[in-house]
Design a protein around this ligand. Structure first.
Ligand SMILES: Cc1cn([C@H]2C[C@H](O)[C@@H](COP(=O)(O)OP(=O)(O)O[C@H]3O[C@@H](C)C(=O)[C@@H](O)[C@H]3O)O2)c(=O)[nH]c1=O
Length: 173
């Protein structure tokens, strides 16, 4: 397992060790002890989520606020996505800056998104299976976010604009 820092403090990429053999491969997708040793974060992840989407879907940019804030450890099991984390920590040097990382079933990279970030992703492949761990429970009443096309961010989601599919909830952000 390797930790690769990003341009934003506290947000980093994880490359798990992958053991390939004649049968296929094996990898640890999360190991609390190694995670703590390498990152210093003693994370009590309490919820695991999975979502499936087709090409053109953008989910985000989401966060939960206040005491319901969530850190997330995200990965793409199948397909390819562009994962985006926007720093909304008011005191941060990189406030309103973002990291964008391609995560795929092939590269097996994970992104750690700290509390105080808005998070989203676009689906670049025909289909994508996405999974993530959260260190706080889902709380509908504390949901907030930014629109995927917020002009202050001007994120290139790497999609054909005519194929973009966003939920009604996310259009209203
Ligand atoms: C996120 C979530 C949703 N739900 C329900 C609410 C709703 O009826 C249905 C779909 O919810 P959403 O449209 O919010 O799902 P989605 O747009 O996939 O929301 C997710 O997007 C990504 C980018 C994130 O970062 C996540 O934290 C989460 O906000 O699932 C839960 O029951 N538990 C959860 O933890």
């Amino acid at each position: 397992m390797k930790i690769i820092p990003t341009a934003i403090d506290g947000c980093f990429v994880i490359e798990p060790a992958v053991f390939k053999d004649g049968r296929g491969y094996f990898m640890e997708t999360f190991n609390a002890a190694k995670f703590k040793e390498l990152t210093g974060i003693d994370t009590p992840f309490v919820q695991d989520n999975e979502s499936y989407s087709n090409y053109g879907v953008i989910r985000g940019l989401h966060l939960q606020q206040g005491k319901h804030a969530q850190a997330k450890l995200v990965r793409c099991i199948k397909g390819t996505i562009l994962d985006v984390a926007v720093d909304l920590r008011k005191e941060s040097k990189t406030y309103m800056q973002y990291v964008a990382v391609e995560l795929s079933g092939e590269n097996k990279k994970q992104l750690y998104v700290p509390r105080g970030f808005a998070h989203g992703y676009s689906v670049l492949s025909e289909e994508a299976l996405f999974a993530y761990k959260c260190d706080n429970f889902y709380n509908k009443g504390s949901e907030g976010g930014l629109r995927y096309d917020d002009p202050r961010l001007n994120i290139d989601w790497q999609l054909d604009a005519s194929k973009v599919l966003v939920s009604d909830k996310d259009i209203k952000l």
